[in-house]
Design a protein around this ligand. Structure first.
Ligand code: TXA
Ligand code: MG
Length: 333
């Protein structure tokens, strides 16, 4: 990569340049790591068939090896390399939502390294709806395994700069495809048990899923026994302690000298509230806009190094379920 590296500025290259995709594909094929945009958040990708490359992903993120990766594919032909069998409900969900922000947990193919699936007999697979992710997988000629491209436990990245801020030189290349349009991670549904189970809420809502496959069990949000460590209660967390307010507009009583900021759902607030900074997620209360900007706003507030972030809750309906899920995990002690 020597000759190519000089073109890179802090490891970020524009994904619009076809040359970038070529280089990125070659890095994946030769066992390296490429951060890439998807419609949800940026992923940290490697060849899903290469255990050594997967080991680098865990190392780069400081991710515990009990936390399995999602395998990204570009077409249904690649499914045969990844999953062992496809139940009829799986087919229906793929027809309805792929390519898109839905991850399915299914029985795995033996060829997928155990490290990728953390030794489970199942694998998480999704087909992203983003032209850069698709071009990269096609160019690499292999399914790409990858978690969100952030240090383990921190807020997921929704821009190339977020990736560089968190992982920097631990990545061979960062493909910049602009800010992610969805902004929260994919919905995860397991079809490996006797009944479909929602493991992580995302932008494909429970209502949308139920319309296609009927009833779906919601896994309990706490970590009795996390099968998906995305289920760990504290995850996606800022370094600054975050507290969720009781309602929109609720005024926290700040401790003497407490330096606090506010993540507001829709309104800039009265200066009397004494917040040092306020981020407004969507002035019209549009949940898509809220989700799209959520992680970037959290990162900006976190970078201020204040004592506390107060966050207004949103209605827990539709996309609001995923937004509140991420805020709660961020707030968990
Ligand atoms: O939107 C997304 O899903 C993004 C983009 C990059 O695709 N990826 C993402 O990956 O959020 P990550 O690693 O941050 O979250 C993947 C989640 C983890 O909570 C992991 O435990 C769960 O998927 N997972 C992976 N394989 C699993 C399996 N076989 N069974 C249950 N959960 C699994
Ligand atoms: Mg993650």
């Amino acid at each position: 990569m020597g000759g190519e590296a000089k073109h890179l500025k802090s490891g970020i290259v524009s994904a619009e340049d076809p040359e970038s995709i070529r280089i990125a594909g070659r890095i994946i094929k030769t066992g390296g790591l490429v951060a890439f945009p998807t419609e949800t958040v940026y992923g940290l990708g490697c060849d899903a068939m290469n255990a050594d490359a997967a080991a680098k992903v865990f190392e780069s993120k400081q991710r515990p090896q009990f936390d399995p990766l999602i395998v990204h594919i570009v077409d249904t032909k690649q499914l045969d390399d990844v999953i062992g069998s496809l139940p009829v409900l799986g087919q229906r969900l793929m027809d309805a939502f792929w390519p898109g922000p839905l991850t399915l947990v299914l029985p795995k193919q033996p060829a997928i390294p155990d490290l990728v699936t953390a030794g489970l007999s199942t694998v998480a697979v999704r087909m992203p709806n983003h032209s850069v992710a698709q071009a990269l997988i096609r160019e690499a000629g292999t399914p790409i395994a990858g978690p969100s491209a952030n240090p383990f436990g921190y807020v997921s990245p929704t821009t190339a700069q977020h990736v560089a801020d968190g992982l920097g030189s631990n990545v061979d290349l960062i493909l910049d495809g602009g800010p992610c349009q969805v902004g929260v991670e994919s919905t995860i549904v397991s079809l490996a048990g006797s009944q479909p189970e929602l493991l992580r809420p995302g932008s494909i809502t429970i209502e949308q899923l139920s319309a296609v496959i009927g009833s779906i069990r919601r896994s309990s949000p706490v970590n009795e026994k996390p099968i998906a460590p995305g289920q760990l209660s504290r995850h996606y967390a800022t370094r600054t302690q975050l507290t969720i307010l009781a309602s929109i507009g609720a005024r926290p009583i700040l401790k003497d000298g407490e330096r606090a900021c506010l993540l507001s759902q829709s309104q800039a607030r009265d200066p009397d509230d004494r917040f040092i900074a306020v981020e407004v997620l969507s002035s019209t209360g549009d949940l898509r806009e809220t989700a799209r900007g959520l992680f970037a706003a959290l990162r900006r507030l976190d970078s201020l190094g204040l004592d506390r972030i107060y966050a207004e809750p949103c209605k827990e309906e539709g996309l609001g379920v995923a937004i509140m899920d991420r805020l709660r995990r961020c707030a968990a002690p």
